[in-house]
Design a protein around this ligand. Sequence first.
Ligand code: PEP
Ligand code: MG
Length: 873
Amino acid sequence: FQRVFHFGKEGTDGDKSMKALLGGKGSNLAEMSRIGLSVPPGFTITTETCQEYNGLGKQLPKGLMEDVMAGVKRIEKQMDMKFGDEGSPLLVSVRSGAAVSMPGMMDTVLNLGLNDKVVEGLAKRASKRFAYDSYRRLLDMFGDVVLGINHNLFEEQLEELKESKGVSTDNELNEDDLKELIAKYKQVYLNCGKEFPEDPNKQLELAIRAVFDSWDSERAKAYREINQIHGLLGTAVTVQSMVFGNLGATSGTGVLFSRNPSTGENKLYGEYLINAQGEDVVAGIRTPSAISTLEREMPQAYKSLLDNVDKLERHYMDMQDIEFTIQDQKLFMLQCRNGKRTGPAAVKIAVDMFKEGLITKDQAIMMVESGHLDQLLHPQFEDQNKYKARVIGKGLPASPGAAVGQVVFSPEDAEAFKAQGGAAILVRADTTPEDVGGMHASEGILTQRGGMTSHAAVVARGWGKTCVCGCLEMKVDDKKKIFTLGGKTFKEGDWISLNGNTGEVIEGKEPLSPPTISGDLSTFMSWVDERRKLKVFTNADTPEDAAEARRNGAEGIGLVRTEHMFFASDDRLKAVRQMIMAENVEKRKVALMKLLPFQRADFEGIFTAMDGHTVTIRLLDPPLHEFLPNGEMKDVCQMMANELGIDVAAVNDKINKLHETNPMLGLRGCRLGIVHPEISEMQARAIFEAALNVKAKGIKPVVDIMVPLVGSVTELENQAKLIRSTAETVFTERGSRVEYKVGTMIEIPRAALLAGEVAKVAEFFSFGTNDLTQMTFGFSRDDVGSFLPTYLANGILVSDPFQVLDRKGVGQLIKTAIENGRATRKDLKCGICGEHGGEPSSIEFVSGAGMDYVSCSPFRVPIARLAAAQAEI
Ligand code: PEP
Ligand code: MG
């Protein structure tokens, strides 16, 4: 099999469909070569080879270096230059690139092929200054990336030299200064007990190994963990001819997006540096110029950039993130990929591109990810005009949204704040890939240095996290844990607010308000609704939640957890505890009658909020001791005795009786209603009385009553009979009726297996996949934390089955249950109300399995609508 795939004028092996094998970068370079853009020639070593390398205990597979050297020969031929040759030296870059982009996480080495001799050859062909500058950059990068010499050791030498020469920027150093710097860098190697390999082939081999190794670096692993990137083979390695942006004033390098990645505006967006190499732009060391000024500085290159960008957008039918270099006025395209964007930008770009005729509606729907919608559903500042007097400074609006939190100065502190339930704003001079954990844990990020494509900006945008960067007037001292801005000094723990849309930094804690669905988003959501077949319901226990879900587009309620209503006030909880402590049925009924008016009022509120839409109400489910107070047994008994006016010993006795070794498999679900029929009776009565009350007011209640945790049809029969007879009693008392259905939750594997029987009684199925997952795996849903991380780290599971539905096992039970259920009852309505109902990949699965609806929490409703539409495409 082929390990090395070439691209360039001599022929290109790969294409854009080969992301998994060639990585995003490799497959896109191949594609760009194919469509005739000017891409420096090179080749990509596959991700499979990285896997092989790791499998061999970090050894390059036999024959790889021969293939690599053949690839180098091919580049030499196309460039008419030679690797390691003094006369006409070819230099190459070695870059990482996995199938999923992991910005800044893995390694890159530039300018390979230089040594003490070759550098003189390069000096003759180009200029001395350029040659020495390239060489000292190689020494720095190679030392850092390949040999693990701390980059700061090189940086110190550079700073010292600049100071001694009295200059402030790198560009002011002359050829002799740089030659001196090379000697100093070599001394750094020696001080660390390392040696720079003069043999270019050796350099290449070591750089390839280093890139493979970077796949498993701590920061790369942390990034994959946070972003839930699983199941990739490894990184590909692209070896490519260097082109130079640092040949002087007619050269430069830059990065750009074909549209604005923050707002989606259809205008080139990016920055570049004259006389610089790629990493200078991203590293945020020199502040780059906006791309618009390139038109004046190099009109020819700018024009060809516009042409290329247009070609790329039309070809990929998506917004592009591009790296380019201009060598002596000639433009080279170094990289392109679909650009990461914020939620607002994703929606605007999708809507605009459809309107521009670039893509179809289906493509537009596929272009927006659930994470993007999530961002749009985040809060914004209540009133942007109110805080103007408290604005202490302004940076670049690098990633939009509103963030409010307490200042911290290190990623570790951000994580600690988050762990304690706090909200942190991470304030840094700039961020590096090592900081990702803490960046993720913060509400927002504020940096002093760096442009719109600096590390902080790129990473924050990827997550939809608010970020303001390049706040130049700010001075950060992370040793003392203070920063100054706007004439004020702030310390750790002080509250600040960030506006990522404007770049404003605000003193204090600004109030936030909920988001609204309007403009492009409402256009987009209307396309989504046209396309989907699956209905989207919500899990809601209060009229407020129900109303919010309606605003988000919910078409009904798939689960009312009635027990949540019991916790809503002290009076209610007291009545519940009285019911639990009752020594006989009569006393229990008295307590239940106290609960009845509360439940009835809640149901009335919910029916009203959902007027004309299904409300699926579940009878009491959890084990009763969940309603007891927490604390020491002795205190609990005393408290309950005081509260209910009964004897401590009696309380103690009762609680002991209630104790269960394994409560999740104990007296809960329908078992409660079977052992204590008066509980189900009270709940059924509350439901029917509420339905009749709202009906009398002209509201249309659509009532589905659902029995939890059924394993046998006989359990369901028992409860259904009770519900139906209660209904008749209430209807007779009131002289009025409502339609209703009685159904069941499918949460126990046995019910799924015997669904054909269960459907004789059940008029609908609602899959409670939280419990169904728990019981199918035999994993306690409350205790997986002790082993799941190990399972995920060792690949025993690829994802948390409580988050992403297990298609193989739980999925099989679902399919069987739907099929058998519908064999008994053709029009059996099926839905899901476990947490998976709001998770896109699970929604895709249940849609394929033939469900009629999903039900999820109110704020996830738009995400479920999108996933349901995407499942159809
Ligand atoms: C379920 O088990 O999936 C479910 C929705 O019920 P609960 O989470 O309340 O147990
Ligand atoms: Mg359940």
